[in-house]
Design a protein around this ligand. Structure first.
Ligand code: IVH
Length: 711
């Protein structure tokens, strides 16, 4: 038979031979298109054309299953490397852990937990104590006993979908022995020392870049767009926590971990149930001794309140549970020479000195920079004026001892004066901003020297923009710190302030001619960037507020303010009125629990007329800022209400009462005003209750309050 062009023949009309030829033709074409799209950044057909070809391939395979190719594109497409991982929103937030470094921090922790729970010193309080594995956390969602999704922690709220990769890890069961409706198992992906060494040896002999440590190797291996690469890497998984559950696992942490083991997960055999904090500290000592024999890296020990009921009562701060703490191993030290002191200018204008070091290995990690904090630190004093390093100052060319504890930025613990050159001079801190030349000043009571150039200082403007696009802020895919620097300096499509990001597409005249071919942008990545920017035009209020990078307005403060005001417009209005410090609005603002005068004065100056306010307004014009939804919002009758606790509470500590109220979506304030909805008064309540009565507010006692919220 001669050459038959099968391309335009309807599927019903295809013979067996033609179908086989057509499947081969389609496979070649689809593979080529895939490569052009994913690897070469240069698509050879439109998405619609690609989809039509894929559908034709599918339909032919359905009609002629015996001719389906072993490497059929329908089998491959799902596993083909995608540009990036898709995102998964965690049904329950993935938290991190607060750190402790000394035994005393652990006694403090125990005391705080007891205080929160209204426990006496002798009330029993057990802890589960286990190694803190130095890998990366992973959440595995099983639906009806089958692994449905695997997601990395990401920013705690949203992670990356690494399901295909997780399936390659043999410690991760794909099916559970029981068909629980939903169970999310959380734990650590890590690499053992022996496997890490083999991997690096192989990489080295192939001339590839080796991994700095097992943690990096594990992270790099899990986050492979091509899951077949993950499969070649010897990853392990240990389960130690959980997320959403449709059935409780147990009543204790220790029991729950046993249940996870019965479900087929690897759990850490060095986990111990301890009756007291002293017993927990003894287990820490034990584990410190065997740390180097474990065969994998641990960077500390985790202590968890064992009772799940108490864990529930203790709840969470913004990013960490109140019921657990990580006891980090002591820092590791090395000596090296300090080559230079550079000054970095941050987004709030702070001049931060950084030590550039002769690279040195500290506890397995190569360190070439260390923080020098501020002028006092360099001169040998801490923020309260007390001597540090026995008062030794730090000078360029000094031999210094560098230490690092956990993920903390390396610091300098000592200076070897015997090796100091006789001609060496004390370091003089610059009195002008090294980036813009403006005067740098140190305010009374402030340890930091700040550039006075404001947003006219390019370094501050760039740092603000970097913060703006960072993961916890706008998180725009394809627009990281590097791209911000390029755009900031770009003459054709400059980005000098956040609003400029949202006019990029318009300024590119919609034809991609300007952005394409600039700074490594291909047509596809330009298109993707515009899409990613478009997607972020709708944003939650608290995230938006945090992204502005206003001094003292971190994630937590932004959340508190968003929960309080619920909408951006109400917030802006309130700040405008509060510019008058005599106003009730101002007094209410500083009384919000967790806010106070420092935050408020920073907000007031950002929103005072002037260039910063204009920048915010120009930005807000491009966005749809969503109203904040209080937790448990709709079904709670105290949600959105402002409460004041006063007097002594008898059933629980003030902190627990506050956290409980916030869980119901209420706002807790420290002072009674016309804005207060409800006052909860215990014995000994004084002036606040009087004021509440004058204002005719509703006052409940503790029992009434607890029954109101069904406790
Ligand atoms: S518990 C709600 N247990 O440490 C608390 N975390 O610094 C969830 N980690 O993100 C964490 N070993 O990746 C817990 N035995 C352990 C752990 C552990 C390692 C990691 C985890 C977490 C990080 C926090």
């Amino acid at each position: 038979m001669g050459l038959i062009v099968t391309e335009n023949i309807a599927i019903e009309d295809l013979t067996e031979d033609m179908a086989r030829d057509e499947l081969t033709r389609l496979a070649d074409l689809l593979n080529m298109a895939n490569k052009a799209y994913h690897s070469d950044d240069d698509p050879m057909m439109t998405d619609a054309e690609f989809d039509a070809l894929k559908k034709r391939n599918n339909d032919i395979e359905l009609k002629f299953p015996e001719h389906k190719k072993p490497d059929s594109p329908t089998e491959k497409v799902g596993a083909l490397p995608s540009e990036t991982f898709s995102k998964i929103k965690h049904s329950k937030r993935m938290f991190s852990l607060a750190n402790a470094f000394e035994d005393n921090d652990l006694y403090d922790f125990d005391e705080q937990v007891r205080r929160f729970l209204n426990f006496g010193e002798l009330d029993p309080l057990e802890y589960t104590v286990e190694p803190k594995i130095d890998g990366l956390s992973l959440s595995l969602r099983y639906e009806n006993g089958k692994l449905a999704f695997a997601a990395t922690r990401g920013d705690g709220t949203t992670g990356e979908n690494v399901t295909e990769n997780a399936k390659q890890i043999s410690d991760i069961p794909q099916n559970l022995p029981t068909k629980i409706e939903v169970i999310e198992v959380r734990g650590e992906v890590y690499m053992e020392h022996k496997d890490f060494e083999i991997l690096n040896k192989n990489y080295d002999s192939l001339g590839k870049k080796i991994f700095a440590n097992p943690r990096n190797a594990a992270a790099g291996s899990l986050r492979q767009l091509d899951a077949t690469i993950t499969a070649e890497r010897p990853l392990k998984f240990l389960a130690y926590a959980w997320g959403e559950l449709t059935e409780p696992l147990d009543i204790s942490q220790f029991g729950a971990i046993k249940k996870l083991k019965n479900l087929g997960f690897k759990t850490n055999s060095h986990t111990k149930l301890c009756k007291t904090i002293d017993e927990a500290l003894a287990h820490y000592e034990e584990l410190s001794k065997i740390r180097s024999d474990l065969g994998y890296d641990i960077d500390g020990i985790v202590y968890k309140v064992d009772s799940l009921n108490l864990q529930d009562r203790l709840g969470y701060r913004s990013t960490t549970p109140r019921w657990a703490i990580a006891h980090k191993f002591p820092a590791e030290y090395s000596w090296t020479q300090l080559e230079a002191i550079d000054i970095q200018v941050g987004r709030t204008g702070a001049l931060s000195p950084v030590a550039r070091l002769q690279p040195v290995t500290v506890g397995g990690v190569v360190v070439s920079n260390a923080t020098l904090h501020n002028q006092d630190y360099i001169e040998g004093r801490d923020s309260s004026g007390k001597e540090i390093r026995s008062g030794k100052d730090i000078r360029i060319n000094d031999w210094v001892e560098v230490y690092r504890a956990g993920d903390v930025i390396p610091k300098i613990s000592d200076v070897d004066l015997t090796r100091r050159h006789v001609d060496s001079l004390p370091y003089t801190f610059p009195s002008n901003c090294p980036e813009c030349g403006s005067k740098a000043i140190r305010d009374e009571g402030d340890a930091v020297i700040r550039c006075t150039g404001g947003i006219d200082c390019p370094a501050q403007a760039i740092e603000k923009l970097k913060h703006f696009v960072s993961r916890k802020a706008f998180d725009i895919e394809g627009l990281g710190g590097k791209q911000i620097e390029l755009f900031f300096a770009d003459e054709v499509l400059p980005v000098k302030e956040p609003a400029d990001i949202f006019t990029l597409k318009l300024r590119d005249q919609n034809n991609l001619t300007k952005l394409k071919d600039r700074h490594g942008f291909g047509q596809k990545s330009a298109k993707n960037l515009f899409e990613a920017i478009e997607n972020k035009k709708t944003i939650e209020f608290s995230r938006f507020l945090f992204s502005l990078g206003i001094r003292h307005v971190g994630e937590n403060v932004a959340k508190i303010l968003a929960r309080h005001f619920l909408s951006w417009s109400k917030f802006v209005e309130s700040i405008a009125i509060s510019q008058n410090k005599e106003s009730q609005e101002y007094l209410d603002l500083v009384a919000i629990d967790g806010i106070g005068t420092t935050v408020v004065s920073s907000l007031l100056s950002a929103f005072e007329s002037g260039s910063e306010k204009n920048i915010i307004n120009r930005l807000a014009n491009h966005l749809n800022i969503l109203d904040e939804i209080p937790p448990d919002g709709e079904n709670s009758f105290i949600s959105g209400k402002t409460l004041v606790f006063t007097g002594t509470l008898e059933k629980m500590s003030r902190s627990e009462a506050k956290s409980l109220a916030e869980n119901f979506g209420a706002k807790v304030s420290g002072s009674v005003s016309a804005k207060t909805d409800l006052v909860i008064a215990g014995p000994g309540a004084g002036s606040k209750i009087k004021k509440a009565e004058e204002l005719g507010l509703k006052v409940l006692d503790e029992t009434e309050w607890l029954s109101l919220i069904g406790k």
